[in-house]
Ligand binder design. Sequence first.
Ligand SMILES: *[C@@H]1O[C@H](CO)[C@@H](O)[C@H](O)[C@H]1NC(C)=O
Ligand SMILES: *[C@@H]1O[C@H](CO)[C@@H](O)[C@H](O)[C@H]1NC(C)=O
Ligand SMILES: *[C@@H]1O[C@H](CO)[C@@H](O)[C@H](O)[C@H]1NC(C)=O
Ligand SMILES: *[C@@H]1O[C@H](CO)[C@@H](O)[C@H](O)[C@H]1NC(C)=O
Ligand SMILES: *[C@@H]1O[C@H](CO)[C@@H](O)[C@H](O)[C@H]1NC(C)=O
Length: 439
Amino acid sequence: MAPPPLLFLLSSFFFITIPLFPSLSQATVPAAAQFSYTNAGEFGPYIVEYDASYRILPIARTPFQLFFYNTTPTAFTLAVRMGMQRSEATRRFVWEANRGNPVGENATFSFGSDGNLVLAHQNGTVAWESGTKRNAVVRFEMLQTGNMVLYDAVGRVVWQSFDYVTDTLLVGQSLRVGSKLVSRVSEGANENGPYSLVLEPSRIALYYTTENTPKPYPYFTFFDLSRSQGTLEKITMNPTLGFDYEVKNGYNGTGGGFKNPRYNSTLSYLRLGIDGNLRIFTYLITFEESGYEVHYWENTVTFFSEDDWWAVETKCQLPGRCGEFGVCRNSQCVGCPSASGGLLGWSEDCRAPELGACGGKKGGFRYVEMAGIDHFTAKYSRGDGPVTKESCAGKCGKDCKCKGYFYHTVSRRCWIAYELGTMIRVDNSTHLAYIKAPL
Ligand SMILES: *[C@@H]1O[C@H](CO)[C@@H](O)[C@H](O)[C@H]1NC(C)=O
Ligand SMILES: *[C@@H]1O[C@H](CO)[C@@H](O)[C@H](O)[C@H]1NC(C)=O
Ligand SMILES: *[C@@H]1O[C@H](CO)[C@@H](O)[C@H](O)[C@H]1NC(C)=O
Ligand SMILES: *[C@@H]1O[C@H](CO)[C@@H](O)[C@H](O)[C@H]1NC(C)=O
Ligand SMILES: *[C@@H]1O[C@H](CO)[C@@H](O)[C@H](O)[C@H]1NC(C)=O
Protein backbone atom coordinates (compact mmCIF):
# COMPACT_ATOMS: atom_id res chain seq x y z
CA MET A 1 0.00 0.00 0.00
CA ALA A 2 1.29 3.42 -0.84
CA PRO A 3 1.55 5.73 2.19
CA PRO A 4 -0.83 8.67 2.38
CA PRO A 5 0.64 11.70 0.58
CA LEU A 6 0.96 13.79 3.75
CA LEU A 7 3.13 11.22 5.54
CA PHE A 8 5.29 10.86 2.47
CA LEU A 9 5.85 14.59 2.34
CA LEU A 10 6.81 14.74 6.01
CA SER A 11 9.34 11.96 5.80
CA SER A 12 11.01 13.38 2.74
CA PHE A 13 11.15 16.74 4.51
CA PHE A 14 13.07 15.14 7.42
CA PHE A 15 15.20 13.20 5.04
CA ILE A 16 16.37 16.41 3.46
CA THR A 17 16.80 18.55 6.56
CA ILE A 18 18.44 16.19 9.06
CA PRO A 19 21.83 16.02 7.36
CA LEU A 20 21.88 19.82 7.30
CA PHE A 21 22.33 20.09 11.08
CA PRO A 22 25.72 18.42 11.33
CA SER A 23 27.11 20.34 8.37
CA LEU A 24 26.03 23.62 9.94
CA SER A 25 27.72 23.01 13.31
CA GLN A 26 30.64 20.93 12.13
CA ALA A 27 33.13 23.57 11.11
CA THR A 28 36.39 22.17 9.85
CA VAL A 29 39.94 23.13 10.63
CA PRO A 30 41.52 24.97 7.66
CA ALA A 31 44.39 23.04 6.08
CA ALA A 32 46.92 25.66 7.15
CA ALA A 33 45.98 25.22 10.83
CA GLN A 34 46.25 21.43 10.77
CA PHE A 35 49.43 19.61 11.79
CA SER A 36 50.92 16.19 12.30
CA TYR A 37 54.28 15.54 13.96
CA THR A 38 56.09 12.23 14.23
CA ASN A 39 58.16 11.11 17.19
CA ALA A 40 61.38 10.34 15.28
CA GLY A 41 64.88 11.65 14.80
CA GLU A 42 67.71 12.87 17.00
CA PHE A 43 67.26 13.59 20.69
CA GLY A 44 67.88 17.07 22.03
CA PRO A 45 71.29 17.82 23.57
CA TYR A 46 70.36 19.60 26.81
CA ILE A 47 69.67 18.32 30.30
CA VAL A 48 65.97 18.24 31.14
CA GLU A 49 63.96 17.16 34.15
CA TYR A 50 64.13 13.45 35.15
CA ASP A 51 67.31 13.24 33.07
CA ALA A 52 65.02 12.38 30.17
CA SER A 53 65.76 12.12 26.46
CA TYR A 54 63.55 14.38 24.38
CA ARG A 55 62.44 15.53 20.97
CA ILE A 56 61.12 19.03 20.44
CA LEU A 57 57.88 19.71 18.56
CA PRO A 58 57.49 23.01 16.72
CA ILE A 59 54.67 24.15 19.02
CA ALA A 60 55.86 26.77 21.48
CA ARG A 61 55.12 29.99 23.27
CA THR A 62 58.11 31.25 25.22
CA PRO A 63 59.01 29.78 27.70
CA PHE A 64 56.68 26.83 26.99
CA GLN A 65 57.16 24.17 24.34
CA LEU A 66 55.73 20.80 23.43
CA PHE A 67 58.02 17.76 23.71
CA PHE A 68 58.11 14.02 23.41
CA TYR A 69 60.27 12.75 26.27
CA ASN A 70 61.23 9.39 27.70
CA THR A 71 63.07 8.06 30.72
CA THR A 72 62.68 4.42 29.62
CA PRO A 73 63.53 3.43 26.04
CA THR A 74 60.52 3.63 23.69
CA ALA A 75 58.11 4.82 26.42
CA PHE A 76 57.36 8.41 25.46
CA THR A 77 55.19 11.04 27.08
CA LEU A 78 53.82 14.04 25.21
CA ALA A 79 54.48 16.98 27.51
CA VAL A 80 54.72 20.73 27.79
CA ARG A 81 58.03 21.85 29.18
CA MET A 82 58.85 25.17 30.76
CA GLY A 83 62.24 26.83 30.39
CA MET A 84 64.32 28.08 27.52
CA GLN A 85 66.79 26.16 25.43
CA ARG A 86 69.53 28.78 25.63
CA SER A 87 69.28 28.85 29.38
CA GLU A 88 71.43 26.75 31.66
CA ALA A 89 68.37 26.14 33.82
CA THR A 90 66.86 22.70 33.54
CA ARG A 91 63.64 22.51 31.62
CA ARG A 92 60.75 21.13 33.61
CA PHE A 93 57.66 19.24 32.46
CA VAL A 94 54.55 21.10 33.56
CA TRP A 95 51.77 19.31 31.65
CA GLU A 96 51.47 15.77 30.32
CA ALA A 97 49.00 14.13 27.98
CA ASN A 98 49.58 10.44 28.59
CA ARG A 99 51.06 9.49 31.97
CA GLY A 100 50.93 5.73 32.44
CA ASN A 101 50.13 5.15 28.76
CA PRO A 102 53.35 5.83 26.85
CA VAL A 103 53.77 5.81 23.07
CA GLY A 104 56.72 4.48 21.08
CA GLU A 105 58.94 5.57 18.21
CA ASN A 106 57.07 7.03 15.22
CA ALA A 107 54.02 7.88 17.32
CA THR A 108 52.20 10.94 15.94
CA PHE A 109 50.67 14.01 17.48
CA SER A 110 48.16 15.53 15.10
CA PHE A 111 45.40 18.06 14.70
CA GLY A 112 43.24 17.15 11.71
CA SER A 113 40.33 18.71 9.90
CA ASP A 114 37.90 17.23 12.48
CA GLY A 115 39.32 19.42 15.27
CA ASN A 116 40.52 16.50 17.41
CA LEU A 117 44.00 16.52 18.96
CA VAL A 118 45.28 12.97 18.72
CA LEU A 119 48.32 11.19 20.07
CA ALA A 120 48.56 7.86 18.25
CA HIS A 121 50.90 4.88 18.25
CA GLN A 122 52.83 4.07 15.07
CA ASN A 123 50.10 1.54 14.13
CA GLY A 124 47.44 4.26 14.33
CA THR A 125 45.86 3.18 17.62
CA VAL A 126 44.90 6.25 19.63
CA ALA A 127 46.79 6.61 22.93
CA TRP A 128 45.29 9.92 23.95
CA GLU A 129 42.92 12.47 22.39
CA SER A 130 41.20 15.72 23.28
CA GLY A 131 37.84 14.20 22.30
CA THR A 132 36.73 17.28 20.37
CA LYS A 133 35.74 15.71 17.06
CA ARG A 134 32.20 17.05 16.97
CA ASN A 135 32.76 20.34 18.74
CA ALA A 136 33.16 22.71 15.79
CA VAL A 137 36.81 23.37 16.56
CA VAL A 138 38.63 25.53 14.02
CA ARG A 139 41.85 26.56 15.75
CA PHE A 140 44.59 25.39 18.13
CA GLU A 141 46.79 27.76 20.12
CA MET A 142 49.37 27.58 22.86
CA LEU A 143 48.91 30.59 25.14
CA GLN A 144 51.46 32.61 27.07
CA THR A 145 50.40 30.84 30.26
CA GLY A 146 51.37 27.41 28.91
CA ASN A 147 47.72 26.52 28.33
CA MET A 148 46.88 24.82 25.02
CA VAL A 149 43.46 25.81 23.77
CA LEU A 150 41.03 24.72 21.05
CA TYR A 151 38.63 27.40 19.77
CA ASP A 152 35.45 27.30 17.73
CA ALA A 153 34.65 29.72 14.89
CA VAL A 154 33.35 32.43 17.24
CA GLY A 155 36.38 32.26 19.53
CA ARG A 156 34.88 30.22 22.34
CA VAL A 157 37.19 27.86 24.21
CA VAL A 158 36.05 24.31 23.45
CA TRP A 159 38.90 22.49 25.18
CA GLN A 160 41.97 23.48 27.18
CA SER A 161 44.92 21.50 28.48
CA PHE A 162 44.61 23.37 31.80
CA ASP A 163 41.52 21.26 32.57
CA TYR A 164 43.66 18.12 32.68
CA VAL A 165 46.19 17.95 35.48
CA THR A 166 48.79 15.39 36.48
CA ASP A 167 51.09 16.56 39.29
CA THR A 168 51.49 20.23 38.40
CA LEU A 169 49.43 23.41 38.56
CA LEU A 170 50.63 26.47 36.62
CA VAL A 171 49.70 30.04 37.52
CA GLY A 172 46.22 30.63 36.08
CA GLN A 173 45.40 26.93 36.10
CA SER A 174 42.49 25.66 38.19
CA LEU A 175 41.67 22.54 40.09
CA ARG A 176 37.93 21.80 40.26
CA VAL A 177 36.16 19.96 43.01
CA GLY A 178 36.65 16.24 42.58
CA SER A 179 39.82 16.60 40.55
CA LYS A 180 43.29 15.98 41.89
CA LEU A 181 47.01 16.12 41.40
CA VAL A 182 48.74 12.73 41.62
CA SER A 183 52.45 12.39 42.31
CA ARG A 184 54.83 10.66 39.92
CA VAL A 185 56.08 7.32 41.26
CA SER A 186 59.79 7.89 40.54
CA GLU A 187 62.13 9.87 38.31
CA GLY A 188 62.49 6.86 36.03
CA ALA A 189 58.86 5.73 35.81
CA ASN A 190 56.09 8.04 34.67
CA GLU A 191 53.24 6.35 36.52
CA ASN A 192 50.98 7.41 39.36
CA GLY A 193 52.66 7.47 42.75
CA PRO A 194 51.06 7.19 46.22
CA TYR A 195 50.42 10.90 46.92
CA SER A 196 47.49 12.99 45.80
CA LEU A 197 46.15 16.50 46.35
CA VAL A 198 42.37 16.50 46.16
CA LEU A 199 39.99 19.44 46.03
CA GLU A 200 37.04 18.46 48.20
CA PRO A 201 33.89 20.53 48.85
CA SER A 202 35.09 21.46 52.32
CA ARG A 203 38.89 21.49 52.05
CA ILE A 204 42.03 20.70 50.12
CA ALA A 205 43.53 17.43 51.28
CA LEU A 206 46.80 15.62 50.71
CA TYR A 207 46.50 11.83 50.79
CA TYR A 208 48.76 8.83 50.93
CA THR A 209 47.34 5.73 49.24
CA THR A 210 48.89 2.31 48.65
CA GLU A 211 47.55 -1.14 47.81
CA ASN A 212 47.46 -1.82 51.58
CA THR A 213 45.32 1.15 52.56
CA PRO A 214 41.58 0.49 52.36
CA LYS A 215 41.03 4.24 52.43
CA PRO A 216 43.48 7.04 51.56
CA TYR A 217 45.26 8.49 54.61
CA PRO A 218 45.18 12.31 54.83
CA TYR A 219 48.54 13.76 55.86
CA PHE A 220 47.72 17.44 55.48
CA THR A 221 44.59 19.52 54.86
CA PHE A 222 44.04 23.22 54.29
CA PHE A 223 41.30 25.77 53.47
CA ASP A 224 38.97 23.86 55.75
CA LEU A 225 35.45 25.32 55.40
CA SER A 226 32.59 24.70 57.76
CA ARG A 227 29.24 23.87 56.19
CA SER A 228 27.89 27.37 56.77
CA GLN A 229 30.78 28.86 54.78
CA GLY A 230 29.67 27.11 51.59
CA THR A 231 31.42 24.56 49.43
CA LEU A 232 34.61 24.85 47.40
CA GLU A 233 34.08 24.68 43.64
CA LYS A 234 37.45 25.57 42.20
CA ILE A 235 40.86 26.88 43.18
CA THR A 236 43.17 28.76 40.83
CA MET A 237 46.81 29.47 41.43
CA ASN A 238 47.46 33.21 41.18
CA PRO A 239 50.64 35.21 40.47
CA THR A 240 51.19 35.98 44.17
CA LEU A 241 51.58 32.20 44.57
CA GLY A 242 48.38 31.94 46.55
CA PHE A 243 45.04 30.48 45.51
CA ASP A 244 41.88 32.23 44.41
CA TYR A 245 39.03 30.06 45.50
CA GLU A 246 35.49 29.95 44.26
CA VAL A 247 32.87 29.01 46.82
CA LYS A 248 29.26 27.99 46.20
CA ASN A 249 26.77 29.44 48.70
CA GLY A 250 29.50 31.51 50.30
CA TYR A 251 32.21 34.05 49.69
CA ASN A 252 34.91 33.67 47.10
CA GLY A 253 38.32 34.64 48.31
CA THR A 254 42.05 34.43 48.14
CA GLY A 255 44.22 32.35 50.38
CA GLY A 256 47.87 31.66 50.79
CA GLY A 257 49.82 34.30 48.96
CA PHE A 258 52.77 32.38 50.26
CA LYS A 259 55.33 34.82 49.00
CA ASN A 260 55.03 38.55 48.77
CA PRO A 261 57.04 38.44 45.60
CA ARG A 262 59.95 40.78 45.26
CA TYR A 263 59.85 39.92 41.60
CA ASN A 264 57.38 38.90 38.93
CA SER A 265 56.41 35.33 39.72
CA THR A 266 53.81 34.81 37.00
CA LEU A 267 55.96 32.03 35.57
CA SER A 268 55.55 29.63 38.47
CA TYR A 269 54.11 26.21 39.12
CA LEU A 270 53.00 24.13 42.07
CA ARG A 271 54.23 20.52 42.02
CA LEU A 272 53.14 17.55 44.12
CA GLY A 273 56.52 15.86 44.29
CA ILE A 274 57.62 12.25 44.14
CA ASP A 275 58.17 12.53 47.93
CA GLY A 276 54.66 13.89 48.61
CA ASN A 277 55.95 17.40 49.35
CA LEU A 278 54.30 20.42 47.72
CA ARG A 279 56.66 22.98 46.25
CA ILE A 280 56.33 26.09 44.15
CA PHE A 281 59.01 26.85 41.59
CA THR A 282 59.43 30.18 39.85
CA TYR A 283 61.16 30.76 36.54
CA LEU A 284 63.09 33.98 36.71
CA ILE A 285 64.53 36.04 33.93
CA THR A 286 66.91 38.76 35.07
CA PHE A 287 69.42 40.94 33.32
CA GLU A 288 73.03 41.36 34.32
CA GLU A 289 74.58 44.83 34.12
CA SER A 290 76.10 43.89 30.77
CA GLY A 291 72.55 43.33 29.52
CA TYR A 292 73.06 39.56 29.39
CA GLU A 293 69.81 37.71 30.08
CA VAL A 294 69.98 35.12 32.86
CA HIS A 295 67.30 32.46 33.35
CA TYR A 296 67.03 30.32 36.45
CA TRP A 297 64.62 28.43 38.67
CA GLU A 298 63.95 29.28 42.25
CA ASN A 299 62.20 26.97 44.71
CA THR A 300 60.02 29.78 46.05
CA VAL A 301 57.88 27.84 48.54
CA THR A 302 58.16 24.41 50.17
CA PHE A 303 55.08 23.34 52.13
CA PHE A 304 56.83 20.74 54.30
CA SER A 305 60.11 22.16 55.48
CA GLU A 306 61.99 23.21 58.57
CA ASP A 307 63.68 26.23 57.04
CA ASP A 308 61.13 27.76 54.69
CA TRP A 309 59.40 30.65 56.40
CA TRP A 310 56.16 29.82 54.58
CA ALA A 311 56.17 26.13 55.36
CA VAL A 312 52.97 24.73 56.88
CA GLU A 313 54.50 21.61 58.42
CA THR A 314 57.91 20.07 59.03
CA LYS A 315 59.16 17.26 56.84
CA CYS A 316 58.23 14.75 59.58
CA GLN A 317 54.63 15.10 58.41
CA LEU A 318 55.56 13.48 55.05
CA PRO A 319 54.51 9.79 55.15
CA GLY A 320 57.67 8.64 53.40
CA ARG A 321 60.16 11.03 54.99
CA CYS A 322 61.85 8.27 57.04
CA GLY A 323 60.92 5.33 54.87
CA GLU A 324 58.55 2.51 55.67
CA PHE A 325 59.29 2.31 59.38
CA GLY A 326 61.28 5.27 60.66
CA VAL A 327 60.83 7.77 63.46
CA CYS A 328 61.13 11.47 62.70
CA ARG A 329 61.72 14.48 64.91
CA ASN A 330 62.22 18.10 63.81
CA SER A 331 62.42 17.00 60.15
CA GLN A 332 65.24 14.52 60.97
CA CYS A 333 65.07 10.72 60.87
CA VAL A 334 66.13 9.69 64.36
CA GLY A 335 65.75 5.93 64.39
CA CYS A 336 63.93 2.70 63.67
CA PRO A 337 61.80 1.13 66.41
CA SER A 338 63.40 -1.95 67.97
CA ALA A 339 61.67 -5.12 69.18
CA SER A 340 61.89 -3.83 72.75
CA GLY A 341 60.20 -0.50 72.00
CA GLY A 342 63.38 1.57 71.98
CA LEU A 343 65.02 3.13 68.95
CA LEU A 344 67.82 1.72 66.82
CA GLY A 345 69.87 3.96 64.54
CA TRP A 346 67.94 5.08 61.48
CA SER A 347 68.63 3.52 58.12
CA GLU A 348 66.74 3.68 54.86
CA ASP A 349 66.30 -0.05 55.16
CA CYS A 350 64.42 -0.16 58.43
CA ARG A 351 61.40 -2.37 58.00
CA ALA A 352 58.39 -3.18 60.12
CA PRO A 353 58.58 -6.63 61.78
CA GLU A 354 57.78 -9.48 59.36
CA LEU A 355 54.48 -11.06 60.26
CA GLY A 356 53.28 -14.45 59.07
CA ALA A 357 50.27 -15.07 56.87
CA CYS A 358 47.86 -13.75 59.45
CA GLY A 359 49.22 -11.73 62.32
CA GLY A 360 52.46 -13.52 63.20
CA LYS A 361 54.09 -16.95 63.11
CA LYS A 362 51.25 -19.46 63.44
CA GLY A 363 48.93 -16.48 63.76
CA GLY A 364 50.52 -15.24 66.99
CA PHE A 365 51.76 -11.71 67.50
CA ARG A 366 52.45 -9.21 70.23
CA TYR A 367 52.38 -5.43 70.33
CA VAL A 368 55.53 -3.39 70.85
CA GLU A 369 54.57 -0.26 72.79
CA MET A 370 56.15 3.13 72.22
CA ALA A 371 55.15 6.32 74.02
CA GLY A 372 55.34 9.76 72.42
CA ILE A 373 54.85 8.50 68.87
CA ASP A 374 52.16 9.60 66.38
CA HIS A 375 51.05 8.22 63.05
CA PHE A 376 51.32 10.74 60.18
CA THR A 377 47.56 10.80 59.77
CA ALA A 378 46.73 11.42 63.45
CA LYS A 379 46.94 15.19 63.13
CA TYR A 380 44.66 15.43 60.08
CA SER A 381 42.10 12.69 60.64
CA ARG A 382 39.94 11.94 63.65
CA GLY A 383 40.42 8.18 63.72
CA ASP A 384 37.83 6.19 65.68
CA GLY A 385 36.56 7.02 69.08
CA PRO A 386 36.26 7.74 71.83
CA VAL A 387 36.98 4.04 72.38
CA THR A 388 38.98 2.07 74.93
CA LYS A 389 42.53 1.05 74.16
CA GLU A 390 41.46 -2.59 74.38
CA SER A 391 38.84 -2.08 71.73
CA CYS A 392 41.40 -0.33 69.48
CA ALA A 393 43.86 -3.20 70.05
CA GLY A 394 41.14 -5.74 69.34
CA LYS A 395 40.22 -4.10 66.06
CA CYS A 396 43.83 -4.21 64.85
CA GLY A 397 44.33 -7.72 66.23
CA LYS A 398 41.39 -9.12 64.28
CA ASP A 399 42.63 -7.60 61.03
CA CYS A 400 45.54 -9.44 59.41
CA LYS A 401 46.41 -6.40 57.33
CA CYS A 402 46.70 -4.09 60.34
CA LYS A 403 50.37 -3.35 61.10
CA GLY A 404 49.73 -1.56 64.35
CA TYR A 405 47.53 0.98 66.06
CA PHE A 406 47.95 4.44 67.53
CA TYR A 407 46.06 5.63 70.57
CA HIS A 408 45.65 8.97 72.37
CA THR A 409 44.75 8.27 75.97
CA VAL A 410 43.30 11.76 76.65
CA SER A 411 40.88 11.96 73.71
CA ARG A 412 40.60 8.12 73.63
CA ARG A 413 40.93 8.16 69.85
CA CYS A 414 42.22 5.22 67.85
CA TRP A 415 43.95 4.96 64.47
CA ILE A 416 44.34 1.60 62.76
CA ALA A 417 47.51 1.58 60.62
CA TYR A 418 47.69 -0.36 57.38
CA GLU A 419 50.88 1.54 56.57
CA LEU A 420 53.20 2.73 59.32
CA GLY A 421 55.46 4.94 57.22
CA THR A 422 57.15 7.78 59.00
CA MET A 423 56.17 7.97 62.66
CA ILE A 424 56.44 11.28 64.43
CA ARG A 425 58.17 11.71 67.79
CA VAL A 426 56.10 14.04 70.01
CA ASP A 427 56.68 15.38 73.51
CA ASN A 428 53.53 13.79 74.84
CA SER A 429 53.59 10.43 76.52
CA THR A 430 49.80 10.08 76.18
CA HIS A 431 50.26 9.51 72.43
CA LEU A 432 50.96 5.80 72.11
CA ALA A 433 52.00 3.52 69.27
CA TYR A 434 51.55 -0.27 69.23
CA ILE A 435 53.40 -2.07 66.46
CA LYS A 436 52.60 -5.69 65.69
CA ALA A 437 55.60 -8.02 66.01
CA PRO A 438 55.85 -11.82 65.80
CA LEU A 439 55.87 -13.76 69.08
C1 LIG B 1 59.89 4.63 12.10
O1 LIG B 1 59.56 4.94 10.77
C2 LIG B 1 60.67 4.94 9.88
C3 LIG B 1 60.19 5.48 8.52
O2 LIG B 1 59.02 4.85 8.13
C4 LIG B 1 61.21 3.52 9.80
O3 LIG B 1 62.36 3.50 8.95
C5 LIG B 1 61.63 3.08 11.19
O4 LIG B 1 62.03 1.73 11.16
C6 LIG B 1 60.47 3.23 12.16
N1 LIG B 1 60.95 2.96 13.53
C7 LIG B 1 60.47 1.99 14.29
C8 LIG B 1 61.10 1.82 15.64
O5 LIG B 1 59.55 1.29 13.93
C1 LIG C 1 49.21 -0.67 18.38
O1 LIG C 1 50.36 -0.50 19.18
C2 LIG C 1 50.13 -0.39 20.56
C3 LIG C 1 51.45 -0.08 21.25
O2 LIG C 1 52.45 -0.92 20.87
C4 LIG C 1 49.48 -1.64 21.08
O3 LIG C 1 49.20 -1.52 22.46
C5 LIG C 1 48.18 -1.88 20.32
O4 LIG C 1 47.60 -3.09 20.75
C6 LIG C 1 48.43 -1.91 18.83
N1 LIG C 1 47.14 -1.96 18.16
C7 LIG C 1 46.91 -2.78 17.15
C8 LIG C 1 45.55 -2.70 16.54
O5 LIG C 1 47.75 -3.55 16.73
C1 LIG D 1 32.27 33.63 42.97
O1 LIG D 1 32.86 33.54 41.68
C2 LIG D 1 32.03 32.98 40.66
C3 LIG D 1 32.83 32.85 39.40
O2 LIG D 1 33.52 34.00 39.08
C4 LIG D 1 30.81 33.87 40.47
O3 LIG D 1 29.95 33.30 39.51
C5 LIG D 1 30.09 34.01 41.82
O4 LIG D 1 29.01 34.90 41.68
C6 LIG D 1 31.03 34.52 42.89
N1 LIG D 1 30.36 34.52 44.19
C7 LIG D 1 30.24 35.60 44.94
C8 LIG D 1 29.45 35.45 46.21
O5 LIG D 1 30.75 36.67 44.65
C1 LIG E 1 55.02 39.30 34.63
O1 LIG E 1 55.44 38.31 33.69
C2 LIG E 1 54.42 37.93 32.78
C3 LIG E 1 54.94 36.76 31.96
O2 LIG E 1 56.26 36.96 31.54
C4 LIG E 1 54.03 39.15 31.93
O3 LIG E 1 53.00 38.77 31.03
C5 LIG E 1 53.51 40.22 32.85
O4 LIG E 1 53.22 41.38 32.11
C6 LIG E 1 54.55 40.56 33.93
N1 LIG E 1 53.94 41.46 34.90
C7 LIG E 1 54.56 42.54 35.37
C8 LIG E 1 53.83 43.34 36.38
O5 LIG E 1 55.67 42.85 34.98
C1 LIG F 1 49.04 15.62 75.25
O1 LIG F 1 48.04 15.56 74.23
C2 LIG F 1 46.71 15.73 74.69
C3 LIG F 1 45.78 15.57 73.51
O2 LIG F 1 45.96 14.32 72.90
C4 LIG F 1 46.55 17.06 75.37
O3 LIG F 1 45.25 17.21 75.87
C5 LIG F 1 47.59 17.21 76.49
O4 LIG F 1 47.50 18.50 77.04
C6 LIG F 1 48.98 16.96 75.95
N1 LIG F 1 49.93 16.97 77.06
C7 LIG F 1 51.06 17.67 77.01
C8 LIG F 1 51.96 17.54 78.20
O5 LIG F 1 51.35 18.38 76.07
